[in-house]
Design a protein around this ligand. Structure first.
Ligand code: UDP
Length: 477
């Protein structure tokens, strides 16, 4: 049944397939030595078409990590939940990287608080692939996938790596009554920290938060998220303005992201209203769509109401969802990109803007304190500080000599520290290390019996063979 589904879907591969299915399948067969690993992101589809659908950091992160891991030598299968009956089961991103959509619950978007209930079905469907591919390592994203990872770890001999993306302990205020699903999330997130083989924190701030608010136990490695430097790079601002039909005389303030109260768009709109009269020509461009699976349409309507109350309708544009092909034009056209989040675990938008040479004014919170260097690539302001945001935006728009320095320093910081290839190399290192440790652990506690070769063969396949550090096997044996 598995083969039939895969081949049927290979004939109807999605729009992101750069080469023919036949070419891909022959390339996959040509490379039997690559180690297969699974990335699990039940709740955020890595193959989503970002031109048409609302995409967040998790969709982008999983897809870019998967593609970059394949480039550095792994065979990567990314698993997500099917939310559209017509979407192909398999999307081949590159010869060694594919998204596989599993059946769990209705093939439709379902509200967040119901997504946990379909996980047993998701796990069951995943196990069909696990029994064929024998992934020695799964890297899960977000707490629901973390639950799947915990079940796999309990039942199978595999290593579990987890990235949180966001944390229940930060989302739900202490002292405020929590729903049952919120309690469950917090409980599972703590179990994952204590039981996974390794947690990937995307910033030192996240690592501190995990140990301070959740548990002192658990192994945490810091590997930041990255950005696609082929897509996000500098280009002349006048060209970008022309493409968008914007005048070069109007200072442009940009927001990119979801409509969610925690994103702080209200703070930005109110700060924009406080800019001095000398900046009355400034425009605020708001890029981002609403998520039909959530109540974010209400947030957009709320923001639009505030814009009307402040009589800013003719100076603020709501552009809607924009795909990554066109986003660099918006970043480059802008004089400043503002990220006014109440909390931001990492904040890919900050990296994308800086990579395009756009200064960033961001909330002084979470991963933004790691990516944005105050005075060098932008400014940090306390979350929800309307006057503080107004002052910071005004400074970037009016101090042109300093802003020019930010524009050249920002892309340099991203190129040096946040490429996806760099992320993949660092993740590969973590994967190989924990797989090698598991082998040494097996050898310490379960001496290999020649009559039972299962442990030896699992061990031998547990390190990506085309990585030079495969000598770690020799070290531990
Ligand atoms: N994004 C996009 N088109 C849009 C708005 C956002 O592709 O119209 C992408 C954006 O480029 C970034 C991601 O969505 O890669 C948002 O990530 P971030 O970490 O900033 O926020 P999150 O959505 O995870 O809270």
């Amino acid at each position: 049944m598995l083969d039939k589904r895969s081949s049927a879907s290979a004939q109807s591969l999605g729009q992101s397939q750069p080469q023919s299915a036949a070419a891909h399948s022959s390339m996959r067969n040509d490379a039997p030595t690559r180690q297969a690993i699974a990335l699990i992101s039940d709740d955020a589809d890595p193959a989503i078409d970002t031109n048409r659908q609302e995409a967040g950091e998790r969709n982008i992160y999983v897809r870019r990590v998967g593609e970059a891991l394949a480039k550095v030598g792994w065979r990567v299968d990314m698993f997500t939940r099917r939310t559209d009956p017509d979407a192909p089961t398999v999307v081949q991103h590159s010869p060694h990287c594919r998204t596989i959509r599993l059946d769990a619950g209705p093939a439709a978007l379902i509200p967040r608080d119901q997504r946990f209930d379909v996980l047993p079905e998701f796990l069951e469907d995943f196990l069909k692939y696990q029994s064929k591919e024998h992934y020695p390592l799964v890297h899960t994203s977000y707490w629901t996938a973390g639950w799947v990872g915990l079940q796999l770890k309990q039942q199978h001999n595999l290593q579990l790596v987890h990235t949180y993306h966001s944390l229940g302990v930060l989302k739900y205020q202490p002292g405020v009554a929590r729903s049952a699903i919120a309690d469950r999330r917090i409980d599972i997130e703590q179990q994952v920290l204590e039981l996974a083989d390794c947690i990937i924190a995307t910033s030192p701030q996240e690592k501190d938060t995990l140990h301070q608010l959740m548990s002192a136990q658990g192994t945490v490695e810091i590997v930041p998220a990255g950005t696609d430097l082929d897509t996000f790079h500098t280009m002349p601002q006048t060209e970008a303005r022309q493409r968008l039909g914007l005048s070069s005389q109007e200072p442009m303030v940009l927001y990119v992201g979801r409509f969610d109260a925690r994103k702080g768009i209200e703070t930005l709109v109110r700060a924009f209203a406080q800019l001095p009269d000398s900046l009355h020509k400034a425009r605020l461009v708001i890029v981002g769509g609403d998520d039909p699976a959530q109540d974010n349409r209400q947030e957009r309507q709320r923001i639009e109401r505030i814009v009307r109350e402040l009589q800013l309708g003719d100076r603020i544009d709501f552009v809607g969802q924009v795909g990554h092909e066109r986003l660099p034009t918006y970043y480059t056209a802008a004089d400043v990109c503002v990220i006014p989040s109440q909390y931001e675990p990492f904040g890919l938008v900050a990296l994308e803007a800086m990579a395009c040479g756009t200064p960033v004014v961001a909330s002084n919170t979470g991963g933004l304190r790691f990516t944005v260097v105050p005075e060098e690539t932008g400014l940090l302001v306390p979350p929800e500080d309307v006057a503080g945001f107004a002052k910071a935006i005004e400074r970037v728009l009016t101090d042109q000599i300093w802003a020019q320095k930010l524009k050249s320093q920002a892309p340099a910081r991203v190129q040096q520290n946040f490429s996806w290839t760099g992320v993949a190399v660092r993740l590969s290192d973590v994967y190989r290390r924990i797989m090698a440790q598991s082998i040494s652990h097996e050898q310490l506690w379960c001496p290999i019996n020649p009559a039972e070769p299962a442990v030896a063969s699992a061990s031998a396949s547990a390190v990506a063979p085309d990585q030079p550090e495969s000598s770690t096997i020799q070290t531990v044996s």
